[in-house]
Design a protein around this ligand. Sequence first.
Ligand SMILES: [Zn+2]
Length: 440
Amino acid sequence: MITPKFHWKYMGLVAGVLLFTAIQSVIAQEELTVSEVDVAAYQVQLAVDLDQQQLAGNVLLHCRTNAKSTQLVLDCGQTSVQSVESTSIKSFRQEDRKLILQLNAHHRGQHEIRITYRARPTRGVVFLPDQESAYSVYFTSEWMICNMNPDDRSRCKIEIDLPPHLSCIASGRFIGRAEQSNGRVRHTWELSSPAPAYTYGFSIGNFQHLEESHEGHYLHYYAREFTPAQLRQIFQYTADMFSFFKEKAGMPYFQEAYRQVMIGHHYQEMSGFAVLKTSYGHLILEDSTETNLIAHELAHQWWGNQITCKDWGHFWLNEGFATFMSAAFNEHRFGSSKYESDIAAYKKVYEKIKAEGQDKSLVFDNWKNPSRSDRNLVYFKGAYVLHLLRQELGDPAFWKGIRDYSRQFYGQSVTTRDFQQALEVSTGRSLQDFFDQWIY
Ligand SMILES: [Zn+2]
């Protein structure tokens, strides 16, 4: 049963989740038409103007196409491309949020391309001028020209020039700050293990900061509004979550640090860090057990960022997993009744969708125009079905299966079939009936 108190808070969770599902689904509409290009590495430089809410950028890409390709297509959002420099490229044009590059006849399929552009993003970057802050959210192509296909994993170096009093958190490892001749300071971050472009991002502002170390990793917490003592309270369970997910995945965290930034009004996982709504911090200060979204975003560092849906049709492997894992952490930390009430809430969302005649396969042929209930299915039916699978298999076999799957596909793209096969090998039994009934 869902108590009124739980229900009210849960609605907060659902509202938050809906916010970022909305964002993710829109991005998913774009991804599906990207042509075959394999980007090995990006190096992006951004000059961010917080007052004018615009940026000037240039990105250097090293990428590969089929040697017979005549065209190379990248995602460019609403940026305005000023120049493209490359010996491979004959001409370029922008059309429907794509940058279409015509290739020279003599190219060999390996390209080094420098693109200079300007952007005044209406999405993809949120500017908070009254707080001298900005942060990126999902639409990487609105601030960096890239390939948004989740199956393309690349290294990325991010350099952001800012006024000297501001700081910056971005994907990867912090390399350093360097003063520039124009009085600005360049902040350099480097993601040296390949990751999908939708996980690249940054947060800019004046932050209070708390740092702790845990099992050989650094955990950093940032916010403008909260003191280090409040940050300690808000993030008191992060270290335990970290150990819990590591154990469940059977794989270590892949970077030296994990950063959480309380800023603005979104929740989003990025590679090596997450942004969380400022108001959520206040909610946790009232009730320290309200940790679902911290857990959800941290779980994505394994299920989502490292084990990534091959295309958005298998998005439930990112979102159903992160949603389920936050309930599993609650069970570990706060006891089985907390887990059960989370699962009951997921089930309730799912049953409402079913009652409305909107129940569908968790695997989408076409994620081009997902409805609100499609998005809810991916998160909440996805998490509920993982719970049912746990009941079907029993705890030892279920958790061994999750670990075997996570280890096998760590750092790779996955389909639902991959998940099913990994579980079948792990448990030594056919799960076809279960997958047919609940997933396909
Ligand atoms: Zn998520």
